[in-house]
Design a protein. Structure first.
Length: 299
C-alpha cells in the first residue's frame, strides 16, 4: 500500500459514516453506534501506527476479524443485533465466524497461511460490500450502513495485511522464501489461491443462503472444499495444487454458466453477484495452470 492509503482510508471512513449518520444518529441502535466507533478507532490506529511495527498491524487486522467472528457467531445462535440480516443462513454464519476467529488467532502468531486467508476474507468482504452499496446507493438505513461496514472493514484489513513489513513478518524462514519471487507463475499461483479461498466461501453462501438455481446448489457445496484443498496445496508449494485449482476454475465457469441458464430473469442479477467472486478465481486458476503445464512441456 502507498503512504497515502491509510490516510485516505481514514478519510473515507469518516466521510462515509458521517454521510450515513447525518440526521440519522438518534434512530441508530446501540450496536450501530458501537461498531461505528470501533471501526473508526481501528482505522485511525492503523493510519497512525508506524510501518515498522508489523505486529501491531497484525493485531489490528486480528481485531477486525474477531469483531466479524463475534457478530457472525451471534447470527449463528440466533442473536443477530441488527435489523437487516446480512448473513442469511446460520450455518454459513457459523462457518464464517469460525474461519475468522481461527485466522485472527493465527495472525497474532504470525502464521504464514493466516495472512493469505485474511486477505481472501478481506477482499471478499470489500467486494461484496461494494456490490451491495451500489444497490443501496440511495439508502441511508441500517442495510446501507452494514454494506459500508463490509467495504470499510475489508479495506482496513487489506491496508494492514498488504504492508511489506507485515508480509516479511509472516514470511520469515527459507520455507516461505519462494513466495517473495516475482516469477509470473509464483505470482499467479499466489493470487489464484487467495481468489479461490474467497470463491470457496461464496460458494458456501450461495449453496446455503441463496440457491436461486437449486439444481446447482449441491455442486457449489461440493466445489468449495475442492478449491480449499487446491489453495492449501499451493500454499504448501505443491504443484498438484495448481492442477486442482485449474480444474476448479473450469468447474466454476461451468457452475456460473449453468446457474445463469437455469434461473429466471428476476434472479439473474444474483447469479451475476456471485460471478464477481467466481470469475476472478476461475481466471487466475486457469492462467496459472496453463502456464505451469506450458513450462512442464517445455522442460
Amino acid at each position: 500500500m502507498g503512504r497515502l492509503a491509510p490516510g485516505l482510508l481514514l478519510f473515507a471512513t469518516v466521510s462515509w459514516l458521517a454521510y450515513l449518520g447525518w440526521g440519522q444518529a438518534e434512530s441508530a441502535s446501540l450496536s450501530v453506534r458501537w461498531v461505528s466507533a470501533v471501526a473508526f478507532a481501528i482505522t485511525f490506529a492503523g493510519a497512525l501506527t508506524p510501518r515498522r511495527l508489523a505486529r501491531v498491524h497484525l493485531a489490528l487486522a486480528a481485531a477486525v476479524l474477531l469483531l466479524l467472528a463475534g457478530f457472525a457467531g451471534s447470527r449463528a445462535v440466533g442473536a443477530w443485533p441488527f435489523a437487516w440480516d446480512a448473513l442469511p443462513d446460520a450455518r454459513y454464519a457459523a462457518f464464517i465466524g469460525g474461519a475468522a476467529a481461527l485466522t485472527a488467532l493465527a495472525l497474532l502468531r504470525c502464521a504464514f497461511w493466516a495472512r493469505w486467508t485474511a486477505i481472501a476474507l478481506a477482499a471478499g468482504s470489500a467486494l461484496g460490500g461494494a456490490l451491495n452499496s451500489i444497490n443501496l446507493r440511495h439508502a441511508r438505513d441500517e442495510s446501507a450502513w452494514l454494506a459500508a461496514m463490509a467495504v470499510l472493514g475489508g479495506l482496513t484489513l487489506l491496508s494492514q495485511l498488504l504492508r511489506p513489513e507485515v508480509a516479511a513478518r509472516c514470511s520469515r524462514g527459507a520455507r516461505h522464501s519462494l513466495w517473495a519471487s516475482r516469477d509470473r507463475l509464483v505470482v499467479l499461483a499466489r493470487w489464484s489461491a487467495i481468489a479461490s479461498f474467497a470463491a470457496a466461501s461464496m460458494l458456501v453462501l450461495y449453496a446455503l443462503g441463496q440457491p436461486v438455481a437449486p439444481a446447482t446448489a449441491p455442486w457449489a457445496l461440493a466445489l468449495a472444499p475442492l478449491l480449499g484443498l487446491g489453495s492449501v496445496l499451493v500454499l504448501r508449494q505443491r504443484g498438484a495444487g495448481i492442477v486442482v485449482l485449474g480444474l476448479g476454475g473450469l468447474a466454476l465457469l461451468g457452475l456460473t454458466a449453468a446457474s445463469a441458464l437455469i434461473v429466471d430473469a428476476a434472479n439473474l442479477p444474483i447469479v451475476g453477484y456471485y460471478a464477481c467472486f467466481w470469475g476472478p478465481a476461475a481466471l487466475a486458476s486457469l492462467l496459472s495452470a496453463t502456464l505451469a503445464l506450458t513450462r512442464a512441456r517445455q522442460r
